[in-house]
Design a protein around this ligand. Structure first.
Ligand SMILES: [Zn+2]
Length: 275
């Protein structure tokens, strides 16, 4: 968390900014920035889970496609096997009829029919062999796809658990930040809090901006030296001339003794002016 570098030191060693409203204001801004960041992260989690699930979904789909084409091949093989049985029965009948034939012409014609039937049988057997090879290949592929799907499932479960742990971590952190924010708000004047809210709504980023090297880090413009000196002293809250953000000193902390001397000198000047 950003600490205002201009502060006084108490007897017990703790430090506080010269203006008691400044540090709580800086704290609230840091808390708000983190709260916004967390809410953005929370919004992204469902999408991250979906992305993590994509490989599992595609592996499951691939397995389903392979299983289905495997089943089709097995069915085709069975059909061909039934064809073969029917064909063998037919050949058996043709052979049995050979003895019943009377003329040589009839016998020759019948032998030719048997030869044709045998040729067809050979073709069916060839088809069955090819189908058996394809079924075996498809089963191997399905087995591999099953291993891949299992691995994808394991990885997704791991990733999902990680994201869910992150989500509950964010919920817990958010609750803590809300509590801290409530405490810091309690230290602020209502008017200042309203001013902060309006600035925050209008600026989208910083409502309270650090001053470094004489530059307002809200609008990146060079501030008048007198204003920089007042921000450095930080007893009264100062506003950027250009962007109207509330300013705080973020350079070298000024030694307590020097700050006191400077204040005394100023007071002396004021007294002289009064005189
Ligand atoms: Zn500015």
């Amino acid at each position: 968390m950003v600490r205002c570098t201009n502060h006084v030191e108490y007897d017990d060693g703790t430090e506080a900014p010269l203006n008691p409203q400044l540090q709580p204001l800086i704290d609230i801004q840091a808390l708000d920035l983190r709260i916004t960041e967390i809410k953005e992260q929370q919004k992204k989690i469902p999408e991250l889970i979906e992305t993590a699930e994509a490989p599992l979904k595609s592996a499951t789909q691939h397995l389903k496609t392979l299983s289905s084409s495997g089943e089709t091949l097995v069915k085709e093989r069975r059909d061909r096997e039934r064809d073969l049985e029917a064909h063998e029965a037919q050949i058996g009948k043709l052979r049995a009829r050979l003895t019943e034939l009377k003329t040589n012409k009839e016998y020759q014609a019948h032998l030719f029919e048997i030869e044709m039937a045998n040729k067809k049988k050979g073709e069916i057997e060839e088809q069955i062999l090819t189908l058996m090879e394809r079924v075996e290949k498809s089963q191997q592929e399905a087995k591999q796809a099953q291993i891949s799907a299992k691995e994808a499932e394991r990885q997704f479960a791991q990733e999902k658990a990680k994201l869910e742990a992150l989500a509950s971590g964010l919920v817990a952190e958010l609750a803590q930040l809300d509590q801290k924010r409530g405490k810091a708000e309690g230290l602020l004047d209502k008017a200042l809090l309203d001013r902060y809210r309006k600035l925050k709504a209008g600026r989208k980023d910083l409502a309270v901006a650090p001053v470094r090297n004489g530059i307002c880090f809200g609008c990146r413009l060079q501030l008048p030296p007198q204003l920089v000196a007042e921000v450095k002293r930080s007893d009264v809250l100062q506003t950027c001339t250009y962007c109207h953000r509330i300013l705080y000193w973020d350079g070298e902390p000024i030694p307590v003794a020097a700050a006191t001397n400077e204040t005394l000198e100023n007071e002396a000047d004021d007294m002289q002016e009064t005189v």
